[in-house]
Design a protein around this ligand. Structure first.
Ligand SMILES: *Cc1c(COP(=O)(O)O)cnc(C)c1O
Length: 359
């Protein structure tokens, strides 16, 4: 069997040992004679999986007491709406820092619920950079919203900001790729399908004292408190997706934990960025160096013809998912946690080779 060198932006690569384990456990999970998809979310077997996923995530991210870990559905896109529904009212203010398309979408939703202050410094510059500071200390702010990694443009907050107003982050594309100080955040949300599992489950980490300030006039299923009180078992959760996520988290713990992830992610990103920096006239990086994402590397070539032939050759050599997002063009290489170091090294080697022939 040949596995693809998979640089998809999301859903994205999963670790082979995890896929093999799922395959092995599929028809008969733990001697039940059923797959995880076939038993009740109220069963002891499922409850153990559910709590295992939570415990591992808490351990890996160092989530302190006083925070809830929720498993929801609807993707990060539902969070764009659920967050302001729960925490913003007409007349109340939130600051949205626009650093890419996803933060723009988050702001578009929040604008329906309250008053927005918009930091569009990065947007004005074509989303190549991350602001050095933000006005997050205004006591009238209900919260400040940032996107920690900008999946489409390939920029990332290298140091996450601290604010006195409650800080909320969309970490969909870099959760568990590096250490974060969870204490600095009132709420973190992330679709699982980039770094920690398959699509279908969205992780929300929320501080209790922030949760206590939530609006009450919200439909039951869209209240964070409903899911917090029910340990994310208010209604049927995406049981299979949560099971796969638990398997991925176990794999992370067995392969060096967060420290192992950090080491591998740095190697992968360095390999690709080094080639960009060695051939700056051929590979035109989108992000300013100080704002480069370790997860999504974006660049274009000097002409559409060269970009096209680069992408065609990459495809021919078996590299999957390296075409840039439709609104941006160029090349995007996503190097999420489950992408093996060797795959990134092979891609960097291909870039070197292409440069020798076209530089
Ligand atoms: C992929 C992505 C989203 C969208 O996630 P869905 O689960 O498809 O709603 C939102 N924000 C960021 C930063 C993303 O990378």
């Amino acid at each position: 069997m040949k596995r693809a060198d998979n640089f998809n932006a999301g859903p994205a690569a999963l670790p082979l040992p995890v896929l093999e384990r799922i395959q092995d456990e599929l028809p008969n999970y733990g001697g039940t004679g059923m797959s995880v998809m076939e038993f009740s979310h109220r069963s002891a077997e499922y409850e153990a999986i559910h709590n295992d996923a939570q415990t591992r995530l808490r351990r890996l991210l160092g989530i302190p007491d006083g925070y809830q870990v929720l498993f929801l559905q609807g993707g990060a896109s539902l969070q764009f709406a659920m967050l302001p529904m729960n925490f913003l009212k007409p007349g109340e203010k939130a600051l949205y820092v626009l650093t890419g398309s996803w933060s723009q979408k988050a702001a578009d939703e929040a604008g329906r619920y309250g008053e927005l202050l918009i930091d569009d410094w990065a947007k004005q510059g074509g989303y190549r950079d991350i602001p050095a500071s933000i006005a997050g200390d205004d006591p009238s702010l209900r919260y400040v919203h940032i996107t920690s990694n900008n999946t489409i443009y390939g920029t990332q907050w290298r140091a996450l900001p601290k604010t006195t107003a409650p800080l909320v982050a969309d970490m969909s594309s870099d959760i568990l790729s590096r250490p974060v100080q969870v204490e600095d955040f009132a709420l973190i949300y992330a679709g699982a399908q980039k770094n920690i599992g398959p699509s279908g489950v969205t992780v929300v980490i929320v501080r209790d004292d922030f949760l206590e300030t939530a609006n009450s006039d919200v439909p039951t299923v869209l209240k964070y408190s409903t899911h917090a009180q029910a340990n994310s078992l208010y209604n049927t959760p995406p049981t299979f997706a949560i099971y796969v996520m638990a398997c991925v988290l176990q794999w992370v713990e067995e392969t060096g934990g967060l420290a192992g992830i950090v080491e591998r992610n740095q190697k992968k990103a360095a390999a690709v960025y080094d080639v960009i920096d060695t051939h700056p006239n051929l590979y035109l990086g989108h992000a300013e160096k100080r704002a480069r994402s370790e997860m999504n590397v974006t660049f274009r070539l000097p002409s559409d013809e060269l970009t096209k032939s680069f992408l065609a050759e990459a495809t021919e050599r078996g590299f999957v998912g390296v075409k840039g997002y439709r609104t941006v063009g160029g090349v995007r290489v996503s190097l999420y946690n489950a992408v093996p170091v060797e795959a990134a090294l092979r891609f960097a080697e291909f870039m070197q080779d292409f440069a020798r022939r076209n530089g």
